[in-house]
Write a protein that binds this ligand. Sequence first.
Ligand code: NAD
Ligand code: 89V
Length: 346
Amino acid sequence: MSQELSFAVIGCGFWAQYQIAAWQELEGAKLVAVCDHDDEKARQTAKKFGVPNHYTDAKTMLERESLDFVDIITTVESHAEFTQLAARHQLPAISQKPFSPDLETARQMIMAHRAAGVPLFVHENFRWQAPIRRVKTILDSGEIGEVFKGRVTFTSAFPVFDNQPNLAKLDQFILADIGSHTLDMVRFLFGEAANLHCITQRVNPNIAGEDVANVLLEMHSGVHCYAEMSYASVLEKEAFPHTLLLIEGSEGSIRLDHNYRIIVTTREGSYRKVATPKKYKWVNPDYALVHSSMVDINRDFLTALQNGTLPETTAADNYRTLQLVYECYRSAKMKQVITLEEPIFS
Ligand code: NAD
Ligand code: 89V
């Protein structure tokens, strides 16, 4: 039997309520303490999930608790502070996305963990969604031949600011928030990008950042990829939180549609599959697809921590996703195609 690992959570806000529930689906990880600088949130979260200890100060928590890893579920501005704190305690850490507010900070976070000799992972869960995994399996089977084009679509009018009001205040919104997922799925499906061009818009006048982003990427494989993101799209069928896909290859195509429907077309005709995610009791129905993927990514992290192996979404891997996010902002600002440099981390 695998060793049981003790861990602590920093940040007891909206998303932590589901992320902790996702951890509790797995055997082998025991949540022993939670922390939030809002005492009431820490107290309530500890009570709700039966966690023995709660704190308002992460430093005190890490000094007092005997931990095997820490899961950081705060917003981006404190990810560096808490990953560095974990590194000083020689503790493996998982950070929520977006991993960092810029590439240089991400590099420093990765270097601190490398120097401490302990792993650092990023909770980048969209690639773990059941329909995305199924599409990847079909792609890898070679059934549609050589892929030459991919469209990755996250367009919605879901009132995302109701649950996450903080997002309305961000100067960099949709690329950093959804783009870190969408562009990670681009990498997961098509490999690394050679260059990109991005244009953005703000349609909703009541928010600070951009709520529309259109990105055209040329992948090293030669695939042309169009990634479109919007929270301003009033559509016939609301898709939130689904990502829709249309992938074209020399011998056919794959379409990921609403309701987890996958349509594979070859010269012989079309057939359908449905890749329904596992539905847990604790999910918020609006986010069920995303919540299910959190159990799968947590399992990947736990297996890695127990066996000393690497999960898919290490911090060094996520650096490449972040590079796409921040180079998109640069492209939109400069109105230029950006050639992507090979990152320092491979
Ligand atoms: P939130 O604001 O509801 O929660 C953040 C919590 O962290 C708050 O309770 C806040 O009090 C606490 N906090 C902030 N700074 C702190 C500090 N210095 N010390 C202790 N506590 C501190 O935000 P949220 O919506 O829960 O988002 C949290 C993170 O999860 C973000 O990075 C967001 O991008 C990410 N997220 C990821 C997904 C996903 O699918 N992967 C979905 C939603 C949110
Ligand atoms: O992923 C996120 O950070 C969230 C949501 C699931 C709504 O997209 O903003």
